[in-house]
Design a protein around this ligand. Structure first.
Ligand code: A3P
Length: 326
């Protein structure tokens, strides 16, 4: 079967389930607590179907991340590393990024592949290997076959301050469309939600910590990357990433500046300038341009008050105690 859609829950069953679950709001979206995960309304069906049906292949590469931590960036880098044959700055204008946003080239399981409403009728078994996918799900909630197969997981994390500020700008677009004006009180409310784990998926620190631990215990399985590190030393990070996914750069490629070309092609400046990212939409609810804002480290200093920073610091204690520091 394609995605075994026939066995999936009906719309009515999902609605019934939603009624029975604890709920909260995340900006304009309802959010439900399903098996320990805060799922935005439009992801619940996909979460269930993904966990029920996905069969990993040993050659699969899965990008895991929390929202607004650099997912689109890593998707573009991974896609380019894996499909780099013939890449040269001379032919950037013909690259798939000109007609497709990274979210269309590397699909998210719970929001795209397994979400019926997007009418994504993919035949997963026909996708050439290595298949590239993405997910925001916590490690513990991933389908069994991802954990037991030899497929590889690349995790990207970003400091929670900038992650929050990015979330704030991204979701406010919808608030604005519903006529709600953001103010300091509203920001405080969302900092509070974020820092107490009432935010999509699982609490920030648990999400990061679990993937980080997996990368330490099982380095063949999971590669843990930091947005800030990628910004600072992109070349070193791309080399590690390419090796990890089994597509290392040859000496010839290194001498021929292929790595620099990938860095340039996947830079926020370059992606922002693509026509498809100025006007297109990946899925009905998201404009492509919403995915490319500033792409800087430290923008949070322009937004967060000392009290808010303290709340983040408290949340980070758990990570620090486990030996993880930004
Ligand atoms: P800012 O809002 O801080 O600018 P995600 O892809 O997980 O939704 O993350 C979005 C964040 O990554 C946004 O951060 C966005 O601007 C930034 N971003 C997108 N493309 C990028 C790129 N090529 N390089 C660096 N950052 C990028």
């Amino acid at each position: 079967p394609k995605n075994s859609k026939a066995q999936d829950n009906t719309e009515g069953e999902i609605k019934e389930l939603q009624k029975s679950l604890p709920n909260e709001t995340w900006f304009v979206w309802p959010m439900y607590l399903y098996q320990g995960l805060w799922c935005l309304k439009y992801t619940l069906e996909g979460v269930i179907a993904f966990r029920t049906h996905f069969q990993a292949h040993d050659s699969d590469i899965i990008l895991a991340s929390l929202p607004k931590t650099g997912t689109a960036w890593l998707k573009s880098v991974l896609y380019t590393i894996v499909n780099r044959k013939g890449l040269s700055s001379n032919n950037f204008s013909q690259h798939p990024f000109n007609s497709k946003n990274p979210h269309e080239l590397v699909l998210n399981f719970e929001m795209q592949v397994y979400n019926n409403k997007l009418e994504n009728h993919l035949n997963l078994t026909e996708i050439p290997s290595p298949r590239l996918f993405a997910s925001h799900m916590p490690y513990s909630s991933l389908p069994h076959s991802i954990k037991t197969s030899k497929c590889r997981i690349v995790y990207v994390c970003r400091n929670p301050f900038d992650t929050f500020v990015s979330i704030w700008h991204f979701y406010l677009r919808f608030e604005a469309s519903e006529g709600i004006k953001p103010d300091m009180e509203m920001m405080e409310k969302y900092v509070d939600k974020f820092c107490t784990g009432v935010s999509p998926w699982e609490p920030y620190e648990d999400h990061v910590l679990r993937y980080w631990k997996e990368s330490k215990q099982n380095p063949q399985k999971a590669l843990f990357l930091e947005y800030e590190g990628l910004k600072k030393e992109p070349k070193e990070h791309l080399k590690r990433l390419a090796e990890f996914v089994g597509c290392p750069f040859s000496e010839e490629e290194e001498k021929g500046n292929v790595i620099d070309e990938i860095i340039e092609l996947c830079s926020i400046k370059s992606l922002k300038e693509m026509e498809v990212n100025k006007s297109g939409k990946v899925v009905p609810r998201f404009e492509n341009k919403a995915f490319f804002r500033k792409g800087e480290v430290g923008d949070w200093t322009n937004y967060l008050t000392p009290t808010m920073v303290e709340q983040f610091d408290q949340m980070l204690e758990k990570l620090k105690m486990a030996g993880f520091c930004f």
